[in-house]
Design a binder for this molecule. Structure first.
Ligand SMILES: *[C@@H]1O[C@H](CO)[C@@H](O)[C@H](O)[C@H]1NC(C)=O
Ligand SMILES: *[C@@H]1O[C@H](CO)[C@@H](O)[C@H](O)[C@H]1NC(C)=O
Ligand SMILES: [Zn+2]
Length: 491
């Protein structure tokens, strides 16, 4: 059962639980910031300190228009490896600019895609600054530094420096409607946010973006703590306890890649190894991270990258330095580990948008419709049974041993009923009988006298099938060559 199929069952359970929720639940995401110290399951520790953001604190940070200028300046300076586009507008009509970084930024490729989102909360501006540092560093070091080159050439990186420009301008957490955007996504446990029409424009922009792009993984940047947080963010019964998603091990691995590459995140006294399960820290509902995993097949982390929400601007270069290797290694891990490949149809030799599962893990990643490519990040050091499936095709599975390196694994799926029996009989009936009604009554009735004819047709078609199949093999090989040969092939 896929995670999405769990939802109706859970929703029923949750509807019952909802009755016993505090009234805040209905207003989730819309709470008044003056009520920040909040109580009950929807309070977050981060809300508790609410320092006044003074002019002096703002000094040295880019304003929204300065950020916009910086994004476009980047776009022209690094036009070779980037594209600037907008995914929509904020409540106050500020464009949500994205920088895409890749050696082929305007093209679809059979490569993983990653997104970084900064400034989800208006009063957590570190992410928007750090992300501009990241973009510029990649541009400056492409073809000079091996990690920069690896990232630019083998993936598509999308950077949204600010998801909440209005909240930043207003110097508060929510957007211009004072809605907490990280509580505004549809939630697996509570249907409060399920009406898409009532989502905030910033939330809707992200949702459309995730549906459009084929993101493998992502991270959003926050401030107020130093920890890499992973799903689930909420629990069914709103109590605070460890609640892992089906890919818990993979997420622990991903979060650790970030934490261990950081200057001192992994030394945390509060969080073992500098990582935490969201619900274990404090449950939230309507968060972006769980929605991405469930609805986008996108493995998203929520990164708290500075103890202070709004540090002095002169600390920004240091914070960037502390996070640089984390960001680069997280991106590189998408290329250098996990299982990658393409799914093809055996009959046509063409790529198909099938899906890939790992036996024992109740989640699916889908292959793209353009290239049939899939990118499955999964914790290294184990043996996995990888299953590819596609409607109308027989599923295939292979066992692989995943060490520290990436595994390249293509699937060629046979169409259902490729042996032809069920298709052949109706076809010969067409020839043998003038009476449709008779056929309908006993569609698969075979006269003994015609048996030899059916057998002949079956053998001719089987022979044709064999010849056809042999012809498609070189075609499949050609497709394979165009795919990712640079990756080590371990199976
Ligand atoms: C970018 O521009 C440089 C110089 O014009 C060129 O050598 C390079 O191949 C271009 N493309 C990429 C993807 O780097
Ligand atoms: C990490 O380093 C920063 C800057 O030196 C410091 O403020 C913070 O307390 C350190 N955190 C941990 C967990 O060591
Ligand atoms: Zn935040």
């Amino acid at each position: 059962m896929g995670i999405s199929h769990l939802q109706p069952v859970l929703l029923l359970l949750m509807l019952r639980a909802l009755a016993s929720l505090p009234t805040q639940a209905a207003a989730r995401g819309g709470h008044d910031p003056s009520d920040d110290g909040a109580h009950g399951p929807f309070s977050r520790k981060l809300l508790e300190d609410k320092p006044q953001i003074t002019e002096e604190m703002v000094r040295g940070y880019m304003s929204n228009t300065e950020l916009e200028t910086a994004v476009h300046a980047f776009g022209s300076r690094c036009s070779n490896i980037s594209r600037v586009y907008s995914i929509g507008k904020s409540v106050n009509h500020f464009p949500l600019w994205v920088i895409e970084i890749s050696d082929k930024p305007r093209q679809r490729e059979s490569e993983p895609a990653f997104k970084f989102i900064g400034n989800v909360h208006g009063d957590e501006p570190v992410g928007r600054e750090v992300l501009m540092h990241l973009a510029n560093w990649l541009c400056d070091n492409y073809l000079k530094d091996s990690l920069a080159t690896l990232i630019v050439e083998n993936m598509h990186l999308h950077i949204l420096p600010t998801m909440n420009p209005d909240g930043f301008a207003l110097r508060w957490r929510g957007n211009a409607n004072n809605i907490d955007l990280n509580r505004d996504f549809p939630d697996q446990f509570f249907p409060v946010n399920n009406d898409i029409d009532y989502r905030q424009p910033e939330t809707r922009a992200i949702m459309n973006w995730v549906k459009q792009e084929h993101f493998t993984a992502s991270a959003s940047l926050h401030g107020g703590a130093l920890v890499a947080n992973y799903p689930w963010d909420g629990t069914r019964d709103t109590s605070k306890h460890y609640y892992g998603c089906p890919d818990d091990k993979t997420f622990q691995h991903m979060a650790s890649v970030y934490s261990r590459s950081h200057y001192n995140m992994s030394l945390s006294k509060e969080f073992e190894g500098g990582i935490t399960n969201g619900a274990f820290w404090y449950p939230i509902y309507g968060g972006m991270q769980d929605w991405n995993y469930i609805h986008g097949g996108c493995f998203e982390l929520t990164l708290e990258i500075s103890d202070t929400k709004w540090p002095k601007a002169d600390e920004l270069p240091i914070i960037w330095e502390h996070n640089r290797m984390s960001m680069l290694n997280l991106l590189a891990s998408l290329i250098k580990s996990g299982v990658h490949g393409r799914i093809f149809a055996a009959d046509t030799g063409r790529p198909v948008p099938g899906s890939v599962m790992i036996k024992g893990i109740d989640s699916k990643v889908s292959a793209s419709s353009t290239f049939g490519d899939y990118h499955r990040i999964v914790a290294p050091g184990e043996t996995y049974e990888v299953v590819a499936s596609m409607r109308g095709f027989r599923q295939k599975s292979t066992r692989i041993r995943l060490e520290q390196e990436a595994v390249s694994l293509d699937f060629i799926l046979d169409p259902d009923g490729a042996d032809g029996q069920t298709k052949l009989l109706p076809r010969s009936n067409d020839r043998g009988c003038r009476c449709d009604n008779d056929n309908a009554a006993k569609p698969f009735h075979v006269h003994e006298a015609h048996l030899w004819l059916y057998l002949l047709i079956v053998s001719v078609l089987l022979a044709l099938y064999v010849v056809f199949k042999r012809k498609t093999v070189p075609r499949l090989l050609a497709y394979r060559h165009s795919s990712s040969l640079r990756r080590p092939v371990a199976v």
